[in-house]
Design a protein around this ligand. Structure first.
Ligand code: PMV
Length: 331
């Protein structure tokens, strides 16, 4: 049997940073995002006698997986198997698999390729397992990359942190489907240099920041405000809470031991200019940054042409564009 699935990254409005259990990627707090409609990652999963994984880049050329990357894929398969056994759905699941990952996402540009890869894999594994709920699919995605759990839904999704140490205790839920509110993500990439500390290692440092406990106390209020902003399509409310949360996550990162300074001079310049442009032209645009200097400018259709023009005028920056998307699905 062979299964094909496709997925995309998502962009977080309330960020996931830090776990209560690093091994199982059980988050310390809730988070919220919307799925993007591109760039895509397609996976082909076949049952096999022995585990293998091959990866192809946007140009279709084979990209050698590092030992760490192959190890992560194998670990994800094994823990998925364990979870499926736990929920009584492990019977038809293959002994091992061969994976083919075809990514349209340029490496390390601040687009979460892992969220697209592991949500696509979760979708495929779920097909092998038989009838799983979307919640269970989101748990499988989370086991490879926490934020991937949110990519299994169309439109806006929240990751519910939950409590305890059982594999299924944290999962994602849909807040609103993509047709609810058409938002765009204009992505400005100041540097395509690979980042030194990936998010998996970064999450493990979150607790060393003196600001982390305070962040955990603030997140329930922010998450509530963000859900309300999405449901009410209140862009100003969304802008306030999303920018506050992104800057707060970066303050936590920068004050951890060792410090993680993902933002660059260019990031700060773009933030300043976008804030000024927003005030001048009264644009519905907000900025948010993940674990890198890349700036995501989220905006409504009314603001799109101005935001696009601003992005295209940036010298030496790569620009990507995406709209709200439908999340992972089978092909
Ligand atoms: O899913 P991970 O382990 O790659 O973590 C993602 C972390 C951020 O992108 C910084 C925030 C988020 O919620 O997507």
């Amino acid at each position: 049997m062979q299964v094909r699935a496709i997925s995309t990254p998502n962009i977080a409005l309330i960020k996931y940073w830090g776990n209560r259990n690093d091994e199982l990627r059980l988050p310390a707090a809730d988070s919220l995002s919307f799925a993007l409609d591109r760039p895509t990652v397609e996976v082909v999963i076949g049952s096999a006698k022995q585990f293998s994984a091959r990866s192809f880049g946007p140009d279709g050329i084979k990209r050698e997986l590092s030992e760490k990357e192959s190890g992560r894929l194998l670990k994800h398969f094994l823990i998925t198997k364990k979870y499926l056994r736990e929920i009584g759905s492990g019977d038809g699941f293959p002994k091992s698999v061969s994976l083919e990952i075809k990514s349209q996402i340029p490496k390390s540009v601040g687009l979460a390729s892992s969220s697209a890869i592991f949500s696509a894999l979760a979708e495929g594994y779920a097909k092998f397992a038989g009838k799983l709920t979307r919640r269970e699919v989101s748990v499988i995605a989370r086991l490879g990359s926490g934020s991937a759990s949110r990519s299994v839904f169309s439109g806006f999704a929240a990751m519910i942190a939950g409590q305890g140490d059982s594999i299924g205790s944290s999962y994602a839920v849909q807040i609103a489907p993509k047709k609810h509110w058409t938002l765009w993500d204009i992505i400005i990439v100041p540097s395509t240099k690979e980042k030194e500390t990936g998010s998996t290692e970064g999450h493990a440092l979150a607790r060393t920041s003196p600001l982390f406990e305070d962040r955990l106390r603030e997140i329930p209020r922010r998450q509530k405000m963000c859900i309300e902003a999405v449901l009410q399509k209140d862009f100003e409310k969304l802008q306030k809470v999303a920018e506050e949360d992104s800057l707060n996550m970066h303050a936590v990162m920068a004050s951890s031991t060792p410090p993680l300074n993902y933002l660059s001079e260019e990031t700060h310049r773009i933030i300043r200019e976008i804030t000024a442009l927003r005030e001048r032209e009264r644009l519905a645009v907000l900025y948010t940054m993940d674990a890198g200097p890349t700036v995501h400018l989220l905006c409504t259709k009314d603001a799109l042409s101005s935001v696009r023009a601003y992005a295209r005028a940036q010298d030496k920056c790569a620009i990507f564009e995406a709209c709200i998307g439908r999340g992972s699905h089978l092909l």
